[in-house]
Design a protein around this ligand. Structure first.
Ligand SMILES: Cc1cc2nc3c(=O)[nH]c(=O)nc-3n(C[C@H](O)[C@H](O)[C@H](O)COP(=O)(O)O)c2cc1C
Length: 338
């Protein structure tokens, strides 16, 4: 189907030409949330990172996170893998793409950007940027395994390890030679984690070294941000991360904002409540009531951001054990939003 890297962009359809994806976020990019943002106009979604070795050890996928499952509302979705061993990627991708459900993934994304010690300590995530030969060997193994199933592979990376090692441009160029179909750059170095301002200048530098489709990521929240980026560099797609947490409407707000300048229209409380309940009920269906209510606590905290008395609502939502008590508080929040 899409086995040639050059065909990658042909999968994407956005009526307004703006390809906006939900960035992979551990704990947030669950199937119900990915489905919800897709309904609200996200062009593509990516699962949270999952260990390639974890899949190798669980070839029947029973103990692998349910957060990788596709949601029927997704337009295009990718599974993201992390690891440090090319052989793990070959095997994990073959397991995934031979599986009746996970084979629905439209492509495979490789994580070369995760900054956390637990991941980097094993040589995976952003640590791969320090070992470009290994990064390329992993990409080559993944591309070869995926090609057997006519699927493509992309890579998400940081701008570099730290300010002295900004090597996204050269690594992206090398990955292109390994048959990777697209690159996403989070415009921060590993040592910045998620703080400091994203430095969008890196995108143009990557463009110089690599002619693959390029997706920009980092501090993109509004239509004004996209306009500023468009003045700097031509990007093929944009990934929105934290701005989507608790605001699945951000994709349509950006699309609206591209049509006319000024603030996007407020989301009515009715639509807001419908979206939160859709998220909650999807999680209950996936995990059962008790686990879902626990998992949703951190998400509720994002949903109530900016509402008057948010701290009070957040504290109460943090203690909810069942759907009804969460709904009661969310109804109050909706009323408060007006
Ligand atoms: C809580 C959290 C979890 C994340 N998990 C992942 C992940 O699993 N894989 C990944 O590639 N990036 C992950 N990221 C990084 C985001 O995909 C994104 O690159 C980063 O948040 C910058 O984009 P933003 O400024 O739009 O949030 C995570 C970020 C956050 C805040």
């Amino acid at each position: 189907m899409n086995s040639k890297p050059g065909d990658f962009m042909s999968m994407f359809r956005a009526e307004d030409g703006l390809i906006l994806g939900l960035a992979p976020m551990a704990g947030t990019s669950t199937p119900p949330f990915r489905g919800l943002v897709s309904e609200l106009s996200a062009t593509f979604t990516i699962s949270e990172l999952v260990s390639a070795r974890g899949i190798v050890y669980n070839p029947h996928m029973e103990k692998v996170s349910r957060y990788l499952l596709p949601d029927p509302r997704e337009r295009l979705y990718a599974i993201q893998l992390f690891g440090h061993d090319p052989a793990d990627f070959s095997t994990a991708i073959e397991i995934l793409l031979a599986h009746p459900v996970y084979s629905q993934t439209d492509w495979i994304d490789i994580n070369m950007g995760c900054p956390v010690k637990k991941v980097c300590g094993t040589g995976a995530g952003a640590a791969l940027m320090l070992k470009p030969d290994l990064a390329c060997a992993i990409a080559a193994a993944a591309v070869e395994a995926a090609a057997k199933f006519n699927k493509l592979v992309t890579v998400k990376m940081r701008s570099g390890w730290d300010a002295r090692e900004i090597n996204a441009p050269s690594l992206a160029g090398r990955l292109e030679s390994e048959g990777v179909a697209g690159i996403t750059v989070h415009a921060r170095s590993r040592d910045q984690f998620y703080s400091g301002k994203a430095d969008w200048e890196i995108f143009a530098a990557v463009r110089e070294e690599c002619s693959l489709p390029l997706c920009g990521n980092g501090d993109i929240k509004t239509a004004a941000d996209i306009r500023r980026l468009q003045e700097l560099v031509r990007l093929d797609a944009y990934q929105i991360g934290r701005a989507a947490m608790g605001n699945p409407f951000v994709f349509e707000q950006i699309r609206e904002g591209m049509k006319s300048e000024g603030l996007p229209p407020e989301i009515s409380s009715e639509r807001w409540l419908k979206a939160v309940l859709n998220h909650l009920d999807g999680m209950i269906e996936l995990l059962g009531q008790e686990a879902a209510c626990r998992e949703m606590r951190s998400q509720f905290a994002y949903y109530v951001r900016g509402v008057r008395n948010a701290a009070d609502f957040r504290d109460r939502l943090m203690q909810t054990e069942d759907r009804q008590s969460a709904v009661d508080i969310l109804l109050e929040v909706a009323e408060r939003r007006g």
